[in-house]
Design a protein around this ligand. Structure first.
Ligand code: S3P
Length: 441
């Protein structure tokens, strides 16, 4: 099977410096905001993965010019709602919930109907979580089943809303913030904590935004109809891609890695907080600030005494895309690890909580689930001696990559399907593993 890989051996000790893919959340946000700016924005180190290339295809279809010059992307915006939309336009968000949900926010004033579609995985995901608040702005949205396809036709009579975001979803919060850009008056948002890249970009672009925070919530006010100039943006590395190498190194003997220039925004680094509590050796070097975002190199060493951890649910949002890989550390820990309120994991590219549980059982790890709470009974001597076949029926990129790390760390003879899924977020994943010495066929 051409789209399948085989891993039959653990990785040997390594000591290397690597670079991983650029940040997906920032790449998509930079493209969407550049499409609303006045003039030519330049984006360097844009992640060239399917989710991000789909963002470019979408804005082009909406009449925005975008071209690659050397290794930079130039995007020519005509200001807020400066799209030039043809009749019967359909845009495809592929696998990306972030793209589909955020671009809906930008279309609340569109002059023509736009239909948004996606792949099989995205078409199974809930869109009422964004269409409901967006309808309150006065825009027209239709979808038969609360999922894609969704059709949106904007209006010139938008009104600001009061919105309470309760899931800790940055996609919902950001969709409403982008809708607020085209809306007169003040949109007021109370949002359970989630990644704050959109807020930081708004601040950097000098958009009228006010933010107050307490431990659990952010209180955000956005004033609409303020035009902004084109900008330059250099996208740093993605902690969510870096996560696979952090865990591989922690689980491998006599190994060390330095992963260069990763975005370490606190709303994203839950994995570092959690793994450090579990005794993993992780340090941050060469910290720098860039346009409101913090970056650093991440250095990880093999970890000998990994211990179980009772993970508080306030860390969930900052580690939301990393739980699959964090569970591998819990599988090797001494003692029990517990995780709470993980319901949102089942709302991702595939039902990741359900998949993680059957995956862990399949590799011989004891787990207990009560509703959306999970206990993992770790085994420091974990060793797999059987054949494992990973089907990955929704082609979830993170399920594929987590399976590779498990195979290289715990042994066994693995056949893992859907290698092309890495193109969603991290096209160079297998190349980097091979550079570290992994034997993959
Ligand atoms: C993202 C937010 C998260 C995350 C996704 C990217 C973003 O989703 O899982 O991969 O860029 O805003 P939710 O906001 O739905 O939790």
């Amino acid at each position: 099977m051409p789209n399948q890989i085989k891993i039959f051996n653990k990785i040997k000790p390594f000591n290397k410096t690597i670079e991983v893919s650029s940040d997906k959340s920032l790449s998509i946000r930079a493209i969407l905001l550049a499409s609303q700016a006045i003039g030519v924005s330049t984006i360097s180190n844009l992640l060239e993965s399917e989710d991000v290339l789909n963002a470019i295809r979408c804005i082009k279809k909406l009449g925005i010019e975008c071209k690659k010059v050397g290794n930079k992307y130039k995007i020519l915006g005509y200001g807020l709602n400066g799209f030039n939309i043809k009749k019967k336009t359909t845009i495809c968000a592929g696998n990306s919930g972030t793209l589909a949900r955020l671009i809906l926010g930008l279309l609340v004033k569109s002059e023509k109907t736009v239909k948004i579609i996606g792949d099989k995985s995205l078409s199974k995901r809930d869109f009422s979580r964004v269409t409901e608040p967006l309808k309150k702005f006065g825009t027209n949205i239709r979808s038969k089943t609360n999922s894609l396809p969704v059709e949106i036709l904007g209006t010139n009579f938008l009104r600001p809303i009061n919105y309470f975001e309760t899931r800790g979803s940055a996609q919902c919060k950001s969709s409403v913030m982008l809708a607020a850009l085209n809306t007169p008056g003040t949109t007021i948002i109370k949002a359970k904590k989630s990644r704050n890249h959109t807020e930081l970009l708004f601040k950097y672009l000098k958009l009228p935004i006010k933010i107050k925070s307490n431990k659990n919530f952010d209180f955000i006010e956005v004033n609409g109809l303020k035009q902004f100039d084109a900008f330059d943006y250099d996208v740093p590395g993605d902690i969510s891609s870096c996560a696979f190498f952090i865990v591989l190194t922690a689980l491998s003997k006599n190994s060390k890695i330095r992963i260069k220039k990763i975005n370490i925004n606190k709303s994203r680094t839950g994995i570092i907080t959690i793994l450090k509590k579990m005794n993993c050796k992780i340090s941050l070097k060469n910290k720098q600030m860039y346009k409101g975002e913090e970056t650093s190199d991440i250095v990880v060493e093999s970890s000998k005494n990994i211990k179980g951890f009772n993970c508080p649910s306030y860390l969930n949002s900052a580690a939301i895309d990393e739980f699959l890989i964090i569970f591998l550390i819990a599988a090797k820990a001494k003692g029990i690890s517990s995780f709470k309120d993980l319901g949102e994991l089942n709302k991702k590219e595939s039902p990741r909580l359900d998949i993680a549980i059957s995956f862990l059982k399949n590799i011989g790890v004891k787990v207990e689930r009560k509703k959306d709470n999970l206990k993992i009974f770790g085994n420091p001597n974990i060793e797999i001696n059987k054949n494992i076949y990973i089907k990955n029926y929704l082609k979830d990129h993170r399920v594929f990559m987590m399976s590779c790390i498990a195979a290289l760390s715990f042994g066994g003879k693995w056949e893992i399907n859907d290698k092309d899924s890495i193109n969603t977020s991290f096209p160079t994943f297998l190349k980097i593993l091979k550079k570290l010495g992994a034997s993959i066929n």
